[in-house]
Design a protein around this ligand. Structure first.
Ligand code: F1X
Ligand code: MN
Length: 462
Protein backbone atom coordinates (compact mmCIF):
# COMPACT_ATOMS: atom_id res chain seq x y z
CA UNK A 1 0.00 0.00 0.00
CA UNK A 2 1.51 3.36 -0.90
CA UNK A 3 1.30 6.11 1.64
CA UNK A 4 2.04 9.77 1.26
CA UNK A 5 4.59 11.19 3.67
CA UNK A 6 3.49 12.63 6.99
CA UNK A 7 3.40 16.44 6.54
CA UNK A 8 5.53 18.75 8.71
CA UNK A 9 4.32 20.08 12.08
CA UNK A 10 2.58 23.42 12.39
CA UNK A 11 5.09 26.10 13.32
CA UNK A 12 5.22 29.84 13.98
CA UNK A 13 7.98 30.07 11.40
CA UNK A 14 5.17 30.33 8.84
CA UNK A 15 3.80 33.91 9.18
CA UNK A 16 0.54 32.90 7.48
CA UNK A 17 -0.17 30.21 10.11
CA UNK A 18 -2.24 30.67 13.28
CA UNK A 19 0.86 29.65 15.25
CA UNK A 20 2.52 32.92 14.28
CA UNK A 21 -0.01 35.39 15.80
CA UNK A 22 -0.28 33.04 18.78
CA UNK A 23 3.43 33.40 19.53
CA UNK A 24 3.63 37.02 18.52
CA UNK A 25 0.47 38.40 20.16
CA UNK A 26 -1.66 35.99 22.16
CA UNK A 27 1.05 34.44 24.30
CA UNK A 28 2.62 37.78 25.32
CA UNK A 29 -0.87 38.99 26.30
CA UNK A 30 -1.54 35.83 28.33
CA UNK A 31 1.78 36.29 30.17
CA UNK A 32 1.17 40.01 30.78
CA UNK A 33 -2.21 39.17 32.28
CA UNK A 34 -0.60 36.73 34.70
CA UNK A 35 1.94 39.35 35.74
CA UNK A 36 -0.83 41.95 36.16
CA UNK A 37 -2.95 39.58 38.19
CA UNK A 38 -0.10 38.65 40.53
CA UNK A 39 0.83 42.30 40.96
CA UNK A 40 -2.71 43.43 41.69
CA UNK A 41 -3.46 40.54 44.06
CA UNK A 42 -0.14 40.85 45.89
CA UNK A 43 -1.48 41.81 49.30
CA UNK A 44 -4.25 39.17 49.22
CA UNK A 45 -1.84 36.43 48.16
CA UNK A 46 0.77 37.47 50.70
CA UNK A 47 -1.84 37.43 53.44
CA UNK A 48 -3.21 34.07 52.40
CA UNK A 49 0.16 32.34 52.03
CA UNK A 50 1.94 33.92 54.94
CA UNK A 51 4.03 37.05 55.20
CA UNK A 52 7.39 38.15 53.94
CA UNK A 53 8.51 34.83 52.47
CA UNK A 54 5.41 34.76 50.27
CA UNK A 55 6.09 38.37 49.25
CA UNK A 56 9.61 37.48 48.13
CA UNK A 57 8.40 34.39 46.31
CA UNK A 58 5.72 36.36 44.51
CA UNK A 59 8.32 38.87 43.40
CA UNK A 60 10.48 36.05 42.04
CA UNK A 61 7.48 34.55 40.22
CA UNK A 62 6.60 37.87 38.61
CA UNK A 63 10.23 38.25 37.53
CA UNK A 64 10.36 34.74 36.07
CA UNK A 65 7.15 35.19 34.07
CA UNK A 66 8.22 38.61 32.76
CA UNK A 67 11.52 37.08 31.69
CA UNK A 68 9.71 34.23 29.98
CA UNK A 69 7.66 36.78 28.03
CA UNK A 70 10.85 38.49 26.94
CA UNK A 71 12.34 35.12 25.84
CA UNK A 72 9.31 34.38 23.67
CA UNK A 73 9.28 37.83 22.10
CA UNK A 74 13.01 37.72 21.31
CA UNK A 75 12.92 34.10 20.14
CA UNK A 76 15.43 32.80 22.70
CA UNK A 77 16.14 29.04 22.83
CA UNK A 78 14.28 26.79 25.27
CA UNK A 79 16.27 26.15 28.45
CA UNK A 80 16.16 22.97 30.57
CA UNK A 81 13.71 23.11 33.49
CA UNK A 82 15.23 23.89 36.89
CA UNK A 83 12.55 22.75 39.33
CA UNK A 84 12.50 19.34 40.96
CA UNK A 85 8.97 18.18 40.08
CA UNK A 86 9.19 14.54 38.94
CA UNK A 87 8.29 15.34 35.31
CA UNK A 88 11.22 17.80 34.95
CA UNK A 89 13.60 14.93 34.15
CA UNK A 90 11.30 13.71 31.38
CA UNK A 91 10.94 17.22 29.97
CA UNK A 92 14.69 17.77 29.94
CA UNK A 93 15.29 14.40 28.26
CA UNK A 94 12.61 15.28 25.71
CA UNK A 95 14.23 18.69 25.09
CA UNK A 96 17.61 16.99 24.49
CA UNK A 97 15.97 14.46 22.15
CA UNK A 98 14.33 17.21 20.11
CA UNK A 99 17.59 19.13 19.83
CA UNK A 100 19.35 15.97 18.61
CA UNK A 101 16.64 15.39 16.02
CA UNK A 102 17.01 18.97 14.87
CA UNK A 103 20.78 18.58 14.62
CA UNK A 104 20.39 15.42 12.53
CA UNK A 105 17.97 17.21 10.21
CA UNK A 106 20.25 20.21 9.83
CA UNK A 107 23.21 18.00 9.05
CA UNK A 108 21.23 15.85 6.63
CA UNK A 109 20.36 18.98 4.66
CA UNK A 110 24.01 20.03 4.54
CA UNK A 111 23.75 22.93 7.03
CA UNK A 112 26.17 23.46 9.89
CA UNK A 113 24.14 22.90 13.06
CA UNK A 114 26.68 24.77 15.23
CA UNK A 115 26.97 24.47 19.01
CA UNK A 116 24.18 26.93 19.83
CA UNK A 117 21.41 24.85 18.34
CA UNK A 118 18.23 25.02 20.44
CA UNK A 119 14.45 24.96 20.10
CA UNK A 120 13.04 28.39 19.45
CA UNK A 121 9.56 29.85 19.69
CA UNK A 122 9.36 31.11 16.12
CA UNK A 123 11.36 28.31 14.47
CA UNK A 124 10.24 24.97 15.85
CA UNK A 125 7.09 22.88 16.29
CA UNK A 126 4.30 25.07 17.66
CA UNK A 127 2.76 22.32 19.81
CA UNK A 128 6.07 21.54 21.48
CA UNK A 129 6.91 25.17 22.18
CA UNK A 130 3.43 26.01 23.44
CA UNK A 131 3.37 23.07 25.87
CA UNK A 132 6.86 24.05 27.02
CA UNK A 133 5.59 27.58 27.67
CA UNK A 134 2.90 26.36 30.07
CA UNK A 135 5.39 24.07 31.81
CA UNK A 136 7.76 27.04 32.24
CA UNK A 137 4.92 29.07 33.81
CA UNK A 138 4.54 26.20 36.25
CA UNK A 139 8.27 26.26 36.91
CA UNK A 140 7.87 29.82 38.21
CA UNK A 141 5.52 28.50 40.94
CA UNK A 142 7.47 25.32 41.55
CA UNK A 143 10.65 27.25 42.37
CA UNK A 144 8.80 28.63 45.43
CA UNK A 145 8.11 26.83 48.66
CA UNK A 146 4.93 28.58 49.89
CA UNK A 147 3.49 29.33 46.45
CA UNK A 148 4.40 25.95 44.93
CA UNK A 149 0.83 24.98 44.24
CA UNK A 150 -0.54 28.45 43.48
CA UNK A 151 -2.61 28.35 40.27
CA UNK A 152 -1.84 31.54 38.32
CA UNK A 153 -4.98 30.98 36.20
CA UNK A 154 -7.25 30.00 39.11
CA UNK A 155 -9.07 33.33 39.35
CA UNK A 156 -9.81 33.46 35.60
CA UNK A 157 -11.28 29.95 35.69
CA UNK A 158 -13.49 30.78 38.66
CA UNK A 159 -14.71 34.00 36.99
CA UNK A 160 -15.55 32.03 33.84
CA UNK A 161 -17.64 29.58 35.86
CA UNK A 162 -19.52 32.38 37.60
CA UNK A 163 -20.25 34.12 34.30
CA UNK A 164 -21.98 30.96 33.07
CA UNK A 165 -24.48 30.55 35.95
CA UNK A 166 -27.48 31.11 33.72
CA UNK A 167 -26.45 28.60 31.04
CA UNK A 168 -25.49 26.11 33.76
CA UNK A 169 -28.91 26.41 35.40
CA UNK A 170 -30.72 25.97 32.10
CA UNK A 171 -28.67 22.93 31.22
CA UNK A 172 -29.07 21.19 34.58
CA UNK A 173 -32.82 21.92 34.59
CA UNK A 174 -33.13 20.18 31.24
CA UNK A 175 -30.96 17.26 32.34
CA UNK A 176 -33.15 16.82 35.42
CA UNK A 177 -36.24 16.57 33.18
CA UNK A 178 -34.52 13.92 31.08
CA UNK A 179 -33.54 11.94 34.19
CA UNK A 180 -37.16 12.05 35.37
CA UNK A 181 -38.30 10.76 32.00
CA UNK A 182 -35.89 7.83 32.30
CA UNK A 183 -37.61 6.72 35.52
CA UNK A 184 -40.26 5.24 33.21
CA UNK A 185 -39.93 3.31 29.97
CA UNK A 186 -38.08 5.22 27.26
CA UNK A 187 -38.15 4.07 23.62
CA UNK A 188 -34.80 3.64 21.89
CA UNK A 189 -35.44 6.59 19.57
CA UNK A 190 -35.64 8.87 22.63
CA UNK A 191 -32.34 7.54 24.00
CA UNK A 192 -30.70 8.30 20.64
CA UNK A 193 -32.23 11.77 20.52
CA UNK A 194 -30.93 12.73 23.96
CA UNK A 195 -27.54 11.17 23.26
CA UNK A 196 -27.16 13.51 20.27
CA UNK A 197 -28.16 16.47 22.44
CA UNK A 198 -25.76 15.83 25.30
CA UNK A 199 -22.88 14.89 23.02
CA UNK A 200 -23.37 18.13 21.09
CA UNK A 201 -23.75 20.27 24.20
CA UNK A 202 -20.43 18.90 25.42
CA UNK A 203 -18.92 19.56 21.98
CA UNK A 204 -20.05 23.19 21.79
CA UNK A 205 -19.08 23.70 25.42
CA UNK A 206 -15.57 23.69 23.97
CA UNK A 207 -16.16 27.10 22.41
CA UNK A 208 -15.43 28.46 25.87
CA UNK A 209 -11.70 28.36 26.47
CA UNK A 210 -9.75 31.19 27.97
CA UNK A 211 -6.51 30.79 26.07
CA UNK A 212 -8.11 31.54 22.70
CA UNK A 213 -9.51 34.80 24.08
CA UNK A 214 -6.24 35.50 25.92
CA UNK A 215 -8.08 35.22 29.22
CA UNK A 216 -11.11 37.34 28.31
CA UNK A 217 -14.15 35.80 30.01
CA UNK A 218 -17.11 35.69 27.63
CA UNK A 219 -20.48 35.82 29.34
CA UNK A 220 -23.02 33.50 27.86
CA UNK A 221 -26.53 33.45 29.07
CA UNK A 222 -28.36 31.75 26.23
CA UNK A 223 -30.00 28.40 26.60
CA UNK A 224 -27.45 25.82 25.47
CA UNK A 225 -30.11 23.37 24.29
CA UNK A 226 -31.76 25.81 21.88
CA UNK A 227 -28.37 26.78 20.44
CA UNK A 228 -27.79 23.30 19.04
CA UNK A 229 -30.08 23.65 16.03
CA UNK A 230 -28.46 26.91 14.92
CA UNK A 231 -25.01 25.33 15.18
CA UNK A 232 -25.89 22.16 13.27
CA UNK A 233 -24.62 23.21 9.84
CA UNK A 234 -21.29 24.19 11.38
CA UNK A 235 -20.58 20.59 12.25
CA UNK A 236 -18.10 19.64 9.54
CA UNK A 237 -17.69 15.99 10.54
CA UNK A 238 -20.51 14.29 12.39
CA UNK A 239 -19.75 10.72 13.46
CA UNK A 240 -22.42 10.77 16.19
CA UNK A 241 -24.13 7.66 14.80
CA UNK A 242 -20.91 5.67 14.93
CA UNK A 243 -20.31 6.84 18.50
CA UNK A 244 -23.83 5.81 19.48
CA UNK A 245 -23.45 2.45 17.73
CA UNK A 246 -20.25 1.69 19.66
CA UNK A 247 -21.87 2.41 23.01
CA UNK A 248 -25.17 0.74 22.16
CA UNK A 249 -23.38 -2.43 21.11
CA UNK A 250 -21.07 -2.39 24.13
CA UNK A 251 -24.04 -1.88 26.47
CA UNK A 252 -25.87 -4.77 24.79
CA UNK A 253 -22.91 -7.13 24.86
CA UNK A 254 -21.45 -6.25 28.23
CA UNK A 255 -24.55 -5.30 30.18
CA UNK A 256 -23.44 -3.48 33.29
CA UNK A 257 -19.77 -3.21 32.43
CA UNK A 258 -19.30 -0.40 29.97
CA UNK A 259 -16.58 2.10 30.76
CA UNK A 260 -16.31 5.48 29.06
CA UNK A 261 -13.30 7.75 29.55
CA UNK A 262 -13.54 11.51 29.12
CA UNK A 263 -10.25 13.32 28.60
CA UNK A 264 -11.27 16.73 29.89
CA UNK A 265 -10.37 20.10 28.46
CA UNK A 266 -11.59 23.37 30.00
CA UNK A 267 -13.00 24.31 33.40
CA UNK A 268 -16.09 26.56 33.63
CA UNK A 269 -19.11 25.89 31.45
CA UNK A 270 -17.35 23.24 29.35
CA UNK A 271 -16.68 21.06 32.40
CA UNK A 272 -20.37 21.29 33.37
CA UNK A 273 -21.38 20.11 29.88
CA UNK A 274 -19.01 17.15 30.26
CA UNK A 275 -20.50 16.25 33.64
CA UNK A 276 -23.98 16.41 32.09
CA UNK A 277 -22.91 14.14 29.23
CA UNK A 278 -21.48 11.67 31.74
CA UNK A 279 -24.70 11.79 33.77
CA UNK A 280 -26.73 11.07 30.66
CA UNK A 281 -24.52 8.07 29.82
CA UNK A 282 -25.14 6.64 33.30
CA UNK A 283 -28.87 7.48 33.33
CA UNK A 284 -29.43 5.91 29.91
CA UNK A 285 -27.26 2.90 30.85
CA UNK A 286 -25.09 3.44 27.81
CA UNK A 287 -22.24 3.40 30.35
CA UNK A 288 -21.88 2.07 33.87
CA UNK A 289 -18.58 3.68 34.74
CA UNK A 290 -16.99 6.99 33.68
CA UNK A 291 -13.33 7.88 34.18
CA UNK A 292 -12.47 11.57 33.84
CA UNK A 293 -8.91 12.64 33.06
CA UNK A 294 -7.84 16.07 34.33
CA UNK A 295 -4.50 17.88 34.18
CA UNK A 296 -1.95 17.57 36.95
CA UNK A 297 -1.02 21.27 36.71
CA UNK A 298 -2.48 24.55 35.40
CA UNK A 299 -2.45 24.22 31.63
CA UNK A 300 -3.38 26.34 28.57
CA UNK A 301 -5.06 28.84 30.90
CA UNK A 302 -8.43 27.16 31.34
CA UNK A 303 -7.79 23.39 31.46
CA UNK A 304 -9.32 21.47 34.37
CA UNK A 305 -6.96 20.51 37.21
CA UNK A 306 -7.99 18.33 40.13
CA UNK A 307 -8.28 21.56 42.14
CA UNK A 308 -10.70 23.01 39.57
CA UNK A 309 -12.68 19.78 39.61
CA UNK A 310 -13.18 19.99 43.40
CA UNK A 311 -13.89 23.72 43.28
CA UNK A 312 -16.51 23.25 40.55
CA UNK A 313 -18.34 20.42 42.30
CA UNK A 314 -18.29 22.24 45.64
CA UNK A 315 -19.71 25.35 44.00
CA UNK A 316 -22.36 23.48 42.07
CA UNK A 317 -23.50 21.74 45.24
CA UNK A 318 -23.80 25.12 46.95
CA UNK A 319 -25.56 26.88 44.05
CA UNK A 320 -28.90 28.38 44.87
CA UNK A 321 -30.54 26.39 42.10
CA UNK A 322 -32.33 23.15 42.89
CA UNK A 323 -31.52 21.11 39.76
CA UNK A 324 -27.85 22.07 39.89
CA UNK A 325 -27.34 21.33 43.56
CA UNK A 326 -29.32 18.07 43.44
CA UNK A 327 -27.40 16.82 40.44
CA UNK A 328 -24.17 17.76 42.10
CA UNK A 329 -25.07 15.74 45.26
CA UNK A 330 -25.80 12.81 42.99
CA UNK A 331 -22.37 13.20 41.35
CA UNK A 332 -20.63 13.28 44.72
CA UNK A 333 -22.39 9.96 45.35
CA UNK A 334 -21.07 8.55 42.05
CA UNK A 335 -17.56 9.58 43.07
CA UNK A 336 -17.89 7.88 46.46
CA UNK A 337 -19.21 4.72 44.83
CA UNK A 338 -16.51 4.88 42.13
CA UNK A 339 -19.16 4.93 39.42
CA UNK A 340 -17.22 8.03 38.44
CA UNK A 341 -13.51 8.44 38.93
CA UNK A 342 -11.28 11.39 38.26
CA UNK A 343 -7.54 11.19 37.84
CA UNK A 344 -4.66 13.29 36.55
CA UNK A 345 -1.66 11.85 34.71
CA UNK A 346 1.45 13.91 33.95
CA UNK A 347 1.47 12.72 30.34
CA UNK A 348 -1.40 15.08 29.54
CA UNK A 349 0.96 17.97 30.22
CA UNK A 350 3.89 16.64 28.23
CA UNK A 351 4.52 17.87 24.68
CA UNK A 352 4.21 14.40 23.12
CA UNK A 353 1.65 13.68 20.48
CA UNK A 354 -0.65 10.74 21.22
CA UNK A 355 0.90 8.39 18.67
CA UNK A 356 3.85 8.44 21.11
CA UNK A 357 1.75 7.54 24.18
CA UNK A 358 2.29 3.77 24.03
CA UNK A 359 6.07 4.18 24.21
CA UNK A 360 6.33 7.39 26.26
CA UNK A 361 3.65 6.51 28.82
CA UNK A 362 2.70 2.82 28.59
CA UNK A 363 0.80 2.90 31.90
CA UNK A 364 -1.61 5.58 30.64
CA UNK A 365 -1.92 3.82 27.28
CA UNK A 366 -2.84 0.57 29.06
CA UNK A 367 -5.32 2.40 31.27
CA UNK A 368 -7.09 3.84 28.19
CA UNK A 369 -6.98 0.43 26.49
CA UNK A 370 -9.29 -0.89 29.21
CA UNK A 371 -11.97 1.58 28.18
CA UNK A 372 -14.87 0.87 25.82
CA UNK A 373 -14.89 4.39 24.44
CA UNK A 374 -12.57 7.34 25.00
CA UNK A 375 -13.85 10.88 24.42
CA UNK A 376 -11.17 13.53 23.87
CA UNK A 377 -12.39 17.04 24.49
CA UNK A 378 -11.21 20.16 22.74
CA UNK A 379 -8.70 21.63 20.41
CA UNK A 380 -5.43 20.79 22.14
CA UNK A 381 -6.40 17.11 22.49
CA UNK A 382 -7.28 17.12 18.79
CA UNK A 383 -3.93 18.65 17.90
CA UNK A 384 -2.18 15.92 19.89
CA UNK A 385 -4.36 13.19 18.36
CA UNK A 386 -3.44 14.23 14.83
CA UNK A 387 0.17 15.18 15.69
CA UNK A 388 -0.46 18.90 14.97
CA UNK A 389 0.61 18.52 11.37
CA UNK A 390 -0.12 20.42 8.20
CA UNK A 391 -2.53 17.75 6.96
CA UNK A 392 -4.56 18.03 3.82
CA UNK A 393 -8.10 18.50 5.29
CA UNK A 394 -9.24 15.48 3.26
CA UNK A 395 -6.85 13.12 5.09
CA UNK A 396 -8.73 10.38 6.93
CA UNK A 397 -8.93 10.81 10.71
CA UNK A 398 -7.59 7.28 11.19
CA UNK A 399 -4.54 8.01 9.06
CA UNK A 400 -3.84 11.21 11.02
CA UNK A 401 -3.96 9.24 14.31
CA UNK A 402 -0.78 7.50 13.13
CA UNK A 403 -1.44 4.23 14.93
CA UNK A 404 -2.98 5.59 18.14
CA UNK A 405 -5.80 3.11 18.81
CA UNK A 406 -5.97 2.29 22.54
CA UNK A 407 -9.76 1.87 22.31
CA UNK A 408 -12.56 3.17 20.09
CA UNK A 409 -12.25 6.91 20.40
CA UNK A 410 -13.97 10.17 19.62
CA UNK A 411 -12.81 13.77 19.40
CA UNK A 412 -15.29 16.51 20.29
CA UNK A 413 -13.58 19.66 19.11
CA UNK A 414 -14.42 23.16 18.01
CA UNK A 415 -11.84 24.40 15.51
CA UNK A 416 -9.40 26.86 17.04
CA UNK A 417 -6.32 26.29 14.94
CA UNK A 418 -5.46 25.65 11.32
CA UNK A 419 -5.35 21.89 11.46
CA UNK A 420 -8.28 19.69 10.49
CA UNK A 421 -8.78 16.30 8.85
CA UNK A 422 -11.66 14.11 7.75
CA UNK A 423 -13.37 16.66 5.48
CA UNK A 424 -14.98 15.88 2.17
CA UNK A 425 -14.16 17.55 -1.11
CA UNK A 426 -15.45 21.15 -1.22
CA UNK A 427 -16.22 21.41 2.50
CA UNK A 428 -13.15 23.47 3.40
CA UNK A 429 -13.81 25.91 0.58
CA UNK A 430 -17.50 26.27 1.47
CA UNK A 431 -16.64 26.99 5.11
CA UNK A 432 -13.97 29.47 4.07
CA UNK A 433 -16.48 31.28 1.83
CA UNK A 434 -18.96 31.57 4.64
CA UNK A 435 -16.49 32.44 7.42
CA UNK A 436 -12.85 33.33 6.73
CA UNK A 437 -12.14 32.56 10.41
CA UNK A 438 -13.66 29.10 10.26
CA UNK A 439 -10.51 27.32 11.39
CA UNK A 440 -9.67 29.48 14.37
CA UNK A 441 -12.82 31.09 15.79
CA UNK A 442 -14.33 28.09 17.64
CA UNK A 443 -17.56 28.45 15.61
CA UNK A 444 -17.10 25.28 13.54
CA UNK A 445 -16.64 21.80 14.90
CA UNK A 446 -16.02 18.11 14.36
CA UNK A 447 -17.24 14.94 16.03
CA UNK A 448 -14.64 12.51 14.70
CA UNK A 449 -14.72 8.85 15.66
CA UNK A 450 -12.25 6.03 15.07
CA UNK A 451 -13.69 2.62 15.88
CA UNK A 452 -10.45 0.71 15.73
CA UNK A 453 -8.98 -0.84 18.83
CA UNK A 454 -5.51 -2.30 18.87
CA UNK A 455 -2.17 -1.64 20.38
CA UNK A 456 0.03 -3.06 17.64
CA UNK A 457 1.87 -0.52 15.53
CA UNK A 458 0.38 -0.08 12.08
CA UNK A 459 1.73 1.35 8.85
CA UNK A 460 0.29 4.67 9.97
CA UNK A 461 2.97 5.09 12.62
CA UNK A 462 5.49 5.80 9.87
O1 F1X B 1 -7.83 22.88 23.83
P1 F1X B 1 -8.77 24.07 23.81
O2 F1X B 1 -9.03 24.61 25.17
O3 F1X B 1 -10.00 23.78 23.04
O4 F1X B 1 -8.02 25.23 23.03
C1 F1X B 1 -6.77 25.68 23.42
C2 F1X B 1 -6.26 26.68 22.40
O5 F1X B 1 -6.95 27.91 22.51
O6 F1X B 1 -4.92 26.91 22.60
C3 F1X B 1 -4.24 26.82 21.34
C4 F1X B 1 -3.49 27.99 20.96
O7 F1X B 1 -2.92 28.67 22.00
C5 F1X B 1 -5.24 26.64 20.28
O8 F1X B 1 -4.85 25.73 19.33
C6 F1X B 1 -6.40 26.15 21.01
O9 F1X B 1 -7.49 26.65 20.42
MN1 MN C 1 -8.07 24.04 26.96
Amino acid sequence: MSRSKTPPPLSAKDPSSFAYPTMKDRIPVILSKVVDHLTRQKSIIVQEYGGEVAREELKAMIGAISELRHCVMTNKPAKPLRDSRCDAVLWNAELARQINLKREQEEASGRDAGDELGLRWFDDAWLWMECYLYRRIQEASLMCSLLKSFDVFGQQKQDAFKSAYKSISQLTTYLQEVIDKFKGHVPESEIGKHFIEFLQVSLWGNKCDLSISAGQVMTHDHNPMTQLVALKHRLLVDDTNTAYGILWEAAGVKGQNVRVDIVLDNAGFELVTDLCLAEFLITSRLASHVVFHAKSMPWFVSDVTLGDWDWTLNNMCRMNHVATSELCQRWQGYLKAKTWEVEAHDFWSMPNTYNEMSSASPDLFNRLSQSDFVIFKGDLNYRKLVSDRQWDPMTQFERALRGFHPAPLCSLRTLKCDCVVGLESGQAQAAENEDPNWMIGGDWAVISVCERRDSSPSLNTL
